[in-house]
Ligand binder design. Structure first.
Ligand code: AKG
Length: 331
């Protein structure tokens, strides 16, 4: 049973910019999603094997090690699997088990306490397999607001980071700068590691020596605000650091619920009218959907609608440079 947040925990979250709750889910509740992702990995691996691109499936290694072994044998196949599972821009992975995690009632109760509302919208999420000794999953210092339109900066958008394994400094958990979430969003440059946005050290809104190691056991979650500076470190362990990061906000925060990109050009860009709407929608353009509502329960999405929205938005292109116009990192 998920513990209700105490008033002290809610205050800690708002004061420090983060909160680690070690016992959000009984670990068994994460099992269906782990198994569903594992099934998808095996499906892709078998396809690569049938095409002659992969010699062995390494299925005996299990969820925590299999993709790392595939990546060692064939970096191309390993990266293709990782990219597919990450599910950038709504493509990739959106099984019923993923939907169930986003909608988990106890988790939504915690989110409601943190955003101070019963009207809750879910935003983009990522599934992240951080492979051992592979730099691609190392995320440089950033605030999630760096990826969102500027008019969202002063609103609260919660990142809820859920590890599928015990996350530690050894396997590359996050580092977080506490009490650094109240000021402006720092400039974020394109061209960081693995194409992530990055804040230069001199622009960090705090002293990196004050960063905390956000270790979190399987079954727990790390909650952060959209302005909380954080990064993640290399995985020096022998297993994959699997995690999912979900995003939620109160329904009165700018969102793109009900906004449908109507037309796409040859490159998959949404029509001009859609981009005019970035004044009301947080960026990047991914599906936002109502996950909890006391006032309008009929607006809460079901699985079919969630899939439809993800698929519609999967065909849009992120245009970060046009949204914040921060310059690339000088090399
Ligand atoms: O999972 C990670 O390594 C980084 C996650 C992150 O930066 C985020 O969720 O915003």
């Amino acid at each position: 049973m998920t513990p209700l947040l105490t008033p002290q925990q809610v205050r800690f979250f708002h004061d420090e910019g983060y909160l680690i709750v070690p016992d959000v889910f009984p670990p068994a509740e994460l099992e269906p999603l782990r198994q569903a992702i594992h099934g998808e990995i095996n499906r892709l691996a078998r396809e690569f094997q049938a095409d002659g691109k992969l010699s062995g499936l390494h299925a005996e290694l299990g969820f925590d090690r299999q993709v790392a072994a595939i990546h060692r044998d064939s970096p191309g196949c390993g990266e293709a699997i990782v990219r597919h599972i990450i599910g950038l821009r709504g493509g990739g992975f959106y099984s019923p088990e993923m939907f169930d995690l986003i909608m988990q009632p106890a988790l939504l109760a915690l989110i409601g306490a943190l955003v101070g509302s019963d009207e809750v919208v879910a935003s983009p999420y990522r599934i992240r397999p951080k492979l051992p000794n592979f730099g691609g999953g190392v995320v440089p210092w950033h605030q999630d607001s760096g990826y969102l339109a500027g008019h969202c900066d002063t609103h609260l958008i919660i990142t809820c980071w859920v590890p599928f394994v015990d996350a530690s400094a050894e396997n590359g958990c996050m580092e977080i700068l506490p009490r650094a979430h109240r000021g402006k969003v720092a400039p974020h440059h394109t061209g960081g590691n693995a194409d992530f946005l990055v804040i230069k050290d001199e622009d960090l809104p705090g002293d990196p020596r004050a960063a905390i190691t956000a270790a979190c056991p399987r079954g727990g979650a790390v909650f952060m605000t959209n302005r909380t500076p954080h990064c993640s470190t290399p995985n020096y362990s022998d297993h994959i650091r699997w995690s999912v990061d979900l995003r939620y906000k109160a329904a009165d925060v700018p969102n793109n619920v009900g906004i449908e990109p109507a037309g796409f050009d040859a490159e998959g860009k949404a029509d001009a009218a859609f981009y005019e709407n970035v004044n009301v929608a947080c960026y990047p353009p991914e599906a936002d959907f109502v996950v909890h509502s006391r006032v309008h329960p009929e607006r809460v999405v079901d699985y079919a609608e969630y899939v439809r929205m993800r698929e519609v938005y999967a065909r849009t292109q992120p245009r970060f440079a046009e949204v914040r116009a921060w310059p690339p990192l000088e090399k």
